[in-house]
Ligand binder design. Structure first.
Ligand code: FES
Ligand code: FES
Length: 164
């Protein structure tokens, strides 16, 4: 018996994307396998590592823990959506390169999503706030220090107004 498909329509990186998906298809599998947005990585597949992080209506979520049907009518931003419209790297992405905030790069899409969500909400985060924001994302390579420095550098370059 063939599986029932459900129509979904999701704004992904600013474009409306429609599909027909099985109820149990994860959001990360839809993004990677159907939309070919393979910047979002799959690691643990049970909500621990953060490699699959995307933004859902501006908030970071684990796309391995969501079904694609749950994203219907919502706004999803993947790591591909963080770059500038001309495809060049964003200030944050560039800062990761400059501070050596990545080595193998497996955690990097999730780290970028977590860090961008933080900077969107708080343009001048403290080091503790940065560590807290990326605390749910595992990195086996960097020791985290360079990632913290990347976010600090990006915040400095964007020079947000100081919060009282
Ligand atoms: S792959 Fe989703 S949290 Fe690890
Ligand atoms: S750079 Fe390798 S896991 Fe973070």
């Amino acid at each position: 018996m063939s599986e029932t498909l459900h129509p979904i329509s999701v704004e992904v990186n600013g474009s409306r994307r429609a599909g027909q998906v099985p109820a149990r298809l994860s959001l990360v599998d839809w993004l990677r396998d159907e939309l070919r947005l393979i910047g979002t990585h799959v690691g643990c597949e049970h909500g621990i590592c953060g490699a699959c992080s995307v933004m859902l209506d501006g908030e970071p979520v684990r796309s391995c823990l969501m079904f694609a049907v749950q994203a219907h009518g919502r706004r999803v931003t993947t790591v591909e959506g963080l770059s500038r419209p001309d495809g060049s790297m964003s200030v944050l992405q560039d800062s990761f390169c400059e501070t050596h905030g990545l080595q193998c790069g497996y955690c990097t899409p999730g780290m970028l999503i977590a860090a961008q969500a933080l900077l969107d909400a708080n343009a001048r985060p403290t080091e503790a706030q940065i560590r807290d924001a990326i605390g749910g994302n595992l990195c086996r390579c960097t020791g985290y220090q360079q990632i913290v420095e990347a976010v600090q550098l990006a915040a400095e370059r964007m020079k947000g107004p100081k919060t009282p």
